[in-house]
Design a protein around this ligand. Structure first.
Ligand SMILES: [Ca+2]
Length: 397
């Protein structure tokens, strides 16, 4: 009997010791019972609640309200308060304007243009800077003087250089034609590959279709760039389009009776009709090459795949339609073509007198330059680095 009592006491004591001493020690070694990702150096993210491996459906749907609601916009602004509203890319002396990250409406509900702008959809784009103006003849001349078409093969992609050799591109197609040669006129007659070589020389990139459209329309899917201050209606004098009057006789038939220009206008005309971010002539004057390959069903694909709703860019060359996307309309196009939602396309080898381009820089690159500059300013330094390939903040507003 005594033996059994001793056994029961020992078992009871063992259980008590296990519960009160050993168990807490074991639990302490597994904080919150969560695995820690060694790649994150022990840091766990705020939304670390889902530890399932299979969280493909974690990509957020776009918020119900279109960004920016003021609170969210201010949050991004606070996070990026180091970014200046404007930037000067000193390599090609181009003013650039900041477009802050956010969701925006792209596409159009209108059933015109073969339905390629549908469905209208919410897209998220990271912060970037875009050229305030299209690249000019004067800027392109600098690229040429810097050996852009000659031995500087590093400016060209492999495919671009092959095309240049094969098709004997030595200069833009209309170079020397006075109609297109004003220094402040947009460069035209350049293929997509020549635009690509320029952007590499200038240390910039071509915008993708989503970036271009956000820069032109703003977050709310405005129909026209000037909507912010002028209402969202077509204005004959707000951009250079084909205001050609076939019924008129004599000089009045010419394009330019309403907007002032029969052929391409200098890039700084119509400044007061700039986009919400300050980009000028996002409608009319010249079509602009963007990075994306053409796909008439691309918006459907984006709609079906939530991952594509953030920073979408179509990098797949079409087999039947190996074209690049063009945006913005041109001096010889109708108002409909000049709507920023309108999608157009051309062979990348096309060198048309109504196609030009502008460039972008990611906000990360500018942020890096800004912090470099502020470090430079901390130490007195008289060196003038103007001819180096680096950028500085613009003093202008
Ligand atoms: Ca015109």
């Amino acid at each position: 009997m005594r033996f059994f009592i001793t056994i029961i006491v020992i078992v009871a004591l063992t259980i008590v010791v296990f519960m009160t001493v050993i168990l807490p020690l074991i639990e302490e070694k597994i904080p919150n019972g969560k695995p820690v990702n060694p790649e994150l150096n022990g840091i766990t993210s705020d939304d670390d609640d889902d530890d399932d491996d299979d969280d493909d459906d974690e990509i957020d749907d776009p918020p119900k309200k279109v960004y920016p609601d003021v609170g969210e916009y201010l949050k991004v602004k606070e996070k990026e308060k180091h970014l200046t509203n404007t930037w000067l890319n000193t390599k090609d002396n181009s003013e650039m304007v900041l477009v802050r990250a956010g969701w925006f409406w792209r596409g159009s509900d209108e059933t015109r243009s073969r339905g390629v702008e549908q469905p209208k959809q919410k897209i998220y784009v990271n912060s970037f800077y875009i050229d305030k103006y299209a690249i000019t003849v004067g800027q392109f001349r600098k690229f040429m003087e810097d050996g852009g078409y000659n031995e500087n093969i590093e400016y060209w992609s492999k495919v671009g250089w092959e095309r240049r050799r094969l098709l004997k591109w030595e200069r833009p197609r209309y170079w020397g034609n006075n109609t297109f040669m004003g220094d402040d006129n947009p460069i035209v007659g350049i293929s997509w590959y020549e635009a690509e070589a320029y952007m590499r020389w200038a240390g910039k990139k071509l915008p993708n279709e989503a970036q271009w459209e956000l820069a032109a329309r703003g977050y709310y899917g405005n129909k026209y760039p000037w909507a912010k201050s002028k209402g969202d209606i077509w204005i004959d004098e707000a951009c250079n389009w084909s205001d050609f009057d076939p019924k008129a006789v004599g000089p009045k038939r010419l394009r330019g009776q309403k907007d002032g220009f029969e052929y391409p206008a200098p890039v700084n005309v119509y400044e007061k009709y700039a986009s919400p971010f300050g980009a000028v002539q996002m409608s009319g004057n010249v079509w602009e090459w963007v990075a994306d390959w053409w796909d008439s069903h691309y918006y459907d694909k984006v709609e079906e795949n939530p991952i594509l709703r953030r920073n979408p860019v179509n990098s797949i060359e079409g087999v039947v339609q190996p074209w690049k996307v063009l945006k913005g309309g041109a001096w010889d196009m109708s108002p409909e073509h000049c709507e920023p939602s309108y999608r157009f396309a051309a062979m990348p080898e096309s060198r048309s007198k109504n196609i030009g381009f502008r460039c972008i820089l990611s906000a990360e690159i500018v942020a890096r330059e800004l912090s470099k500059n502020s470090e430079d300013n901390d130490t007195p330094d008289d060196d003038d680095d103007d001819d180096e390939n680096k950028s500085k903040t613009s003093k202008g507003g």
